[in-house]
Design a binder for this molecule. Structure first.
Ligand SMILES: Nc1ncnc2c1ncn2[C@@H]1O[C@H](COP(=O)(O)OP(=O)(O)O)[C@@H](O)[C@H]1O
Ligand SMILES: [Mg+2]
Length: 140
């Protein structure tokens, strides 16, 4: 089973003479372990594609399957829950909480989402990346 699939998905913004076809009819499949770069000039629809593929917004037409979950017909609440479990989305801006230390950001994500890596795994990773001294810092 593919981990991500877009079937005949497209996106238009606006109506009438303001209508913009941001993503033309798209069929796309990603398999587990694939590393895929979406490239194109500014305004070509990369962000539109990625936010649809990540379940952050819906296509105007067509369907999106993430790990077998049909995002197209989900209610927003269920979509948010599935996105939390199935999707990692790194935005251009960091979107971290500006007044929390790195350690506190990690505590916050543990409160929001269960089954994150445990304390021992986290310590090992921080040590491996040599960033334990960042835990007390504000991320800006
Ligand atoms: N929310 C929006 N409302 C109207 N037009 C939009 C919106 N978002 C993107 N567009 C338009 O859709 C097209 C694709 O934009 P985008 O997906 O942001 O491209 P890229 O990320 O490749 O620069 C552009 O013409 C852009 O102006
Ligand atoms: Mg963009």
């Amino acid at each position: 089973m593919s981990i991500l699939q877009l079937k005949d998905a497209n996106k238009t913004y606006g109506e009438g003479h303001k209508k913009v076809e941001a993503m033309k009819n798209t069929n796309f499949v990603a398999e587990q372990g694939e590393l895929i770069a979406i490239i194109g000039p500014s305004g070509s629809g990369k962000s539109t594609f990625l936010t649809i593929a990540g379940g952050l917004q819906s296509p105007s037409e067509g369907s999106v399957f993430i790990n077998g979950h049909d995002f197209t017909n989900m209610k927003e609440k269920q979509r948010a829950a599935t996105r939390l479990q199935e999707v990692g989305f790194i935005l251009q801006a960091s979107n971290l909480v500006p007044f929390l230390t790195v350690a506190e950001q990690l505590t916050l994500s543990d409160k929001v989402k269960k089954d994150n890596m445990n304390a021992a795994e986290r310590d090992r990773l921080l040590t491996e990346l040599d960033i334990t001294d960042l835990l007390k810092k504000i991320p800006f």
